[in-house]
Design a protein around this ligand. Structure first.
Ligand code: SF4
Length: 260
């Protein structure tokens, strides 16, 4: 059970060596085991960050079983598809869990729009990163600065850029807090088997050919044989299909996590 005081005091964070050992220890363990360990260890200083994609819904379902009082949050960029907003409400009803919603800073957005227009992302990679930075990265950083651990839905199979994802990592960009990826060794078929077996609600866009779902203007369905993340920022060629909320991944793959 998460109590208010649990959210205040920072737990001692494991060192880089300890995190490596933990990652090795949890590699063969189940996603549920890792989720349980995270919230047992960090309590209200841990939270699950989700954009309500298929992987996120699988984790949410497991988390509800493990600890229904665990913290869950999402970033509402202001540009999400209606289908995602619908799913957030369905998830809230299904699990009865409080879902914290965080938003971009109004003044930062107003300044970007005044300077670059309402849809700057189509004009250049650096303007796309700027939009992601203001709408996703900044709100996320504000949440993470008060956490000791966060849980994500990253999987090694989501794209070549995510192939090195560990189940437990030190998030150096966010002060060395712990980043937990319980589905790191899963793939999409396993996620969908889980959702079907447990009758878990999912985003209606998956039934229309979408395989990765972000903001409405930057996501489309993919064609046969395309990379599952090809529908994200589909007009960009040769750039990491990342928004900057996982900067270590962008850097590992030769991109910049900041607008240039
Ligand atoms: S995905 Fe598109 S709309 Fe959403 S924050 Fe990034 S650039 Fe902006």
């Amino acid at each position: 059970m998460v109590r208010l005081e649990d959210t205040k005091t920072r737990r001692p964070l494991p060192t880089a060596e300890e995190v490596k050992a933990l990652a090795a220890q949890f590699e063969a363990k189940s996603a549920e085991d890792l989720i349980r360990w995270t919230f047992d260890t960090f309590g209200g200083r841990a939270a699950f960050c989700t954009s309500f994609q298929a992987e996120g819904m699988a984790i949410l379902d497991m988390l509800h079983e493990v600890d229904p009082s665990a913290r869950v949050f999402t970033i509402d960029t202001g540009r999400l598809p209606q289908e995602t907003y619908d799913l957030i409400d369905r998830a809230r009803e299904r699990y009865g869990m409080a879902i914290e919603v965080y938003y971009p800073d109004h003044e930062e957005l107003a300044s970007m729009v005044a300077k670059h227009g309402i849809n700057p992302f189509y004009r250049s990679y650096s303007l796309r990163l700027l939009c992601c930075e203001l709408r996703k990265v900044h709100p996320l950083s504000r949440v993470l600065k008060d956490l000791d651990a966060w849980v994500t839905g990253l999987m090694r199979t989501q794209s070549s850029t995510r192939a090195e994802t560990q189940k437990i990592e030190r998030d150096e960009v966010h002060g060395g807090i712990i980043k937990v990826n319980p589905l790191a060794d899963w793939d999409s078929s396993r996620v969908w088997d889980y959702l079907r077996a447990n009758n878990v609600p999912y985003n209606a866009l998956y039934d229309r050919g979408y395989t990765s779902i972000g903001c409405a203007p930057c996501t489309r369905a993919i064609g046969p044989g395309e990379d599952p993340r090809a529908g994200r920022w589909w007009w960009e060629k040769g750039m990491p299909k990342e928004c900057g909320i996982h900067p270590a991944i962008v850097r590992r793959n030769g991109g910049s996590a900041k607008p240039g």
